[in-house]
Write a protein that binds this ligand. Sequence first.
Ligand SMILES: [Zn+2]
Length: 150
Amino acid sequence: MKTSISKPDFQYPEDEHFFSFLLGEDTLFTDRFDFSEPTEKRRIFDGLKKQAMDETIRQGRTRCELQLVQDCDSKKLVLDHIIPLSSNELNKHSRKMIAPRGKKVPTQSFGSNHPSNFLVACEKCNNFKKHRFIKKDGDKWLVINVKNSL
Ligand SMILES: [Zn+2]
C-alpha cells in the first residue's frame, strides 16, 4: 500500500536527489510519481484528460499556468504533467548512458496521472516545454536543463 507519507521508490539515489531539487522539498510529492509502464500511463491519461481538464476549469484554472513564452495566450489550453510521465534525461546526463546503435537512451517512468501532477498550459508553452522538467521559482515555472543542474 502506498501512503502519502512514504517516499517514491526511486531506481537510483541520484534521481531522488534531482527530484528533491526540482520539487524543492525534502518530503517529495509521492502522488506525483508512478513508476509503472509509460505506454500504459499514457493510455490512461488519454482516457481521463478531458474530464480532468473540465475539473481544473471548474476550479477556476482557466489561464496558462506555465507562462513560459512571450506570446503565451491561454486561448487553447491543454492538460500537462508537472513531472513528465517518462524521461531519459537522467539516464543521459546523470548516468551518461550512451544510446545503443540505432536506438535511443532508455527512458525511465516517473510522473503520475494524479491531479496534483497536472497543470493547465497553453499549446504554445506546452510545445516549448516538450518533455523537459520544470521547477517552480516563486510563482513562476522555469524549464530545467538537467545537464546544468546536476
Ligand atoms: Zn502559456
